[in-house]
Design a protein around this ligand. Structure first.
Ligand code: 2AL
Length: 243
């Protein structure tokens, strides 16, 4: 099957590292195409970044047309997820939503450990939006910038992440860690080894769940509020995104 992995930020090296993480868990017959928008922020660390990144996500969903069996949005804020679901019939999975689902299969409660403290509210809003407030016991920032995770394969960040995860597990009395950034995909196995609890990387979780949905023959419902966007003109730079 063909999976489209969209990195909503514009850092190509991060797209490549997430594609590697995705291919490590994908089935042998799954082909992963990894892309990023042609415009937008190099990292997504706030509401302003997210809004522009969401438009970039739609650019890439439109560019793929009907060629993909499923789409993965590989940024922990799941920017543009509902809009992308309107724009395609293929299942679209955000890595935050996928990680919350996966963590809930292996623990009664999980903690999210993310990047900048200012991004915690984005994850907290998603927990409420997706109905995971009874499973998520806390969201914790580390003040590690997204692009710091790109240096040295993220290895330099492992000690700080390990400390933050240990503190979160103790404070929240939780049984699993959800990593709150797509850029943490490369360090999840090492953190799981060090911590001895399930550590969920949303990129890997989204790949496996996307494969399962395709296997089940499930597509995004076009009945209701994921119906195809209404045809209308979009003006200015957004012109090509009009339906
Ligand atoms: C992210 C992420 O996954 N990618 C990105 O650019 N920003 N999330 C985050 N919490 O910093």
């Amino acid at each position: 099957m063909n999976l489209l992995l969209i990195n909503p930020n514009t850092t190509a090296s991060m797209t490549r590292s997430m594609a590697e993480a995705a291919r490590r868990v994908a089935r042998p017959d799954t082909r992963i195409t990894a892309v990023q928008p042609s415009f937008g922020p190099v990292s997504i660390e706030g509401h302003h970044d997210e809004v522009i990144a969401a438009a970039g996500v739609l650019e890439q969903v439109r560019a793929a047309g009907t060629s993909m069996d499923a789409v993965i949005l590989a940024c922990f804020g799941d920017p543009g997820l509902d809009a992308a679901r309107e724009a395609t019939e293929a299942p679209v999975l955000g890595i935050a939503e996928a990680a919350f689902h996966a963590a809930s299969f292996v623990s009664t409660g999980f903690s999210v450990v993310t990047t900048l403290v200012r991004t915690c509210v984005i994850a907290e809003h998603l927990v409420l939006k997706y109905g995971y407030e009874r499973r998520c016991r806390g969201v914790h920032g580390t003040n590690i910038p997204v692009l710091a995770l790109e240096e040295d394969g993220g290895l330099a960040c492992v000690p700080a992440l390990e400390d933050a995860c240990r503190a979160a597990l103790a404070r929240d009395r939780s049984g699993a860690i959800v990593l709150g950034c797509g850029g943490m995909a490369s360090v999840s196995a090492e953190l799981q080894r060090r911590l001895g609890v399930p550590v969920i990387d949303g990129v890997a979780a989204a790949v496996v769940l996307a494969e399962a949905l395709v296997q089940l023959g499930l597509r995004t419902s076009k009945q209701g509020d994921y119906a195809t966007p209404l045809p209308k003109r979009y003006l200015g730079w957004a012109g090509p995104l009009g339906w």
